[in-house]
Design a protein around this ligand. Sequence first.
Ligand code: NAG
Ligand code: NAG
Ligand code: NAG
Ligand code: NAG
Ligand code: NAG
Ligand code: NAG
Length: 225
Amino acid sequence: MLVLFLLFLVVPAVSAKDPRCPKNFTFVKRTLTFKNNFTKGWCLGIFNGTDVGNRDRARSVCLYHNASLSNPENSHELEIVSDVIRARNISLPIALDGQLSPRCKALIFRGEQSQQYFDQRTEEGDCNINNHLFVYDDINTDTLFIRSKLGTSAGTNGGYSSQEDGVKFRFTRDCNALTDAYYYFSNGTHFYAVDGRTELLGCFGEKDKQNKHEYSSVLCGRFPL
Ligand SMILES: *[C@@H]1O[C@H](CO)[C@@H](O)[C@H](O)[C@H]1NC(C)=O
Ligand SMILES: *[C@@H]1O[C@H](CO)[C@@H](O)[C@H](O)[C@H]1NC(C)=O
Ligand SMILES: *[C@@H]1O[C@H](CO)[C@@H](O)[C@H](O)[C@H]1NC(C)=O
Ligand SMILES: *[C@@H]1O[C@H](CO)[C@@H](O)[C@H](O)[C@H]1NC(C)=O
Ligand SMILES: *[C@@H]1O[C@H](CO)[C@@H](O)[C@H](O)[C@H]1NC(C)=O
Ligand SMILES: *[C@@H]1O[C@H](CO)[C@@H](O)[C@H](O)[C@H]1NC(C)=O
């Protein structure tokens, strides 16, 4: 009798009505808002692939899993992603959704040329970090949280090479990635943690000579089954 009573209490909590995710995706419950396309549930999964520093390869890996590039929407979702990273010992960086908009990239280049360096926090208009500095594939994730995790300003990753024709070929890191972090203590020791810090890395993968980082996985998201 007691057992039956307990079952009665426990079963509804894990009822078959819970949405399900495909294998290797984890379900996250979301608060419906305009900014996440009123998404009440989402599946996040980290997938391994060759040369996913190349944005189109990362995109293709997610597509293969019937998903899109994605992001954690809040610290709870980041914790879930971090648990998967630790459990599977996945090496960082991990490709995330989000890429500098071409128009804002042009603005960053113009800033470098005139030495009026672009600052994403004070930039007026569309290219402010709070507006449309980035373009995203996934419209079912509110990107406010992940934008707040960007470690360095988008205006500080640029460079150029001088070409024979006299044109300075400009480039900047433009793809969002989850990177590792070290916390330093005053006694000189440090510990390593996945704290959700993101950085911009090149979008061209192995072909990008500036990209010293080797990605082997990408975060994908999709609707539950
Ligand atoms: C799912 O995860 C398991 C365990 O990490 C792995 O062996 C398997 O290859 C993954 N499947 C896919 C489709 O990525
Ligand atoms: C937005 O949400 C609706 C309702 O869940 C869904 O049918 C639609 O596919 C979503 N849009 C995109 C681009 O995923
Ligand atoms: C993606 O969806 C298609 C069509 O529903 C299905 O045949 C295929 O197995 C799915 N791929 C994966 C990796 O789940
Ligand atoms: C985790 O991965 C790192 C590098 O990818 C490797 O050196 C280490 O041995 C791995 N640890 C475990 C427990 O597999
Ligand atoms: C998959 O991930 C593991 C651990 O991060 C890595 O050692 C391996 O090379 C990756 N495989 C591919 C195909 O990238
Ligand atoms: C250094 O400080 C940290 C934080 O206070 C502590 O956890 C760690 O044990 C210390 N390491 C040494 C070698 O004293």
